[in-house]
Design a protein around this ligand. Structure first.
Ligand SMILES: [Zn+2]
Ligand SMILES: [Zn+2]
Length: 84
C-alpha cells in the first residue's frame, strides 16, 4: 500500500508508504517538505457514507454497502431479497 502525494513546490507526484500517513517527507526532487495526508476517517468520508445500520435487522454495514448480508435487506430498493 502506498499513498500518492504531489509535491506542492515542484509538482512531482510520488508514492510514499502508508506508514508515513499524517507525517512529513522530503521531496526527492526539490527537497521540499511534503505533508502526507493521513488515513483518518473523520472529515474525509461524508457521514452518510461512513457506515450505516440495516434498517431491518440493525446490523452495522460498511460504508458503501447496499445490501445487508444479515437479513438480505437491499438498501437501494428497501426490500428484502428472498431466498438468500
Ligand atoms: Zn518537489
Ligand atoms: Zn439486515
Amino acid at each position: 500500500m502506498a499513498i500518492p502525494v504531489t509535491c506542492e513546490a515542484c509538482g512531482k507526484s510520488l508514492k510514499v508508504p502508508d506508514k508515513l500517513a499524517g507525517k512529513k517527507a522530503k521531496c526527492p526532487k526539490c527537497q521540499e517538505v511534503i505533508r502526507i495526508p493521513g488515513e483518518r476517517k473523520s472529515g474525509r468520508i461524508p457521514s452518510a457514507a461512513a457506515g450505516n445500520d440495516c434498517p431491518s435487522c440493525g446490523r452495522s454495514l460498511g460504508a458503501g454497502d447496499v445490501f445487508c448480508v444479515g437479513c438480505g435487506y437491499d438498501l437501494r430498493t428497501g426490500k428484502k431479497v428472498p431466498g438468500l
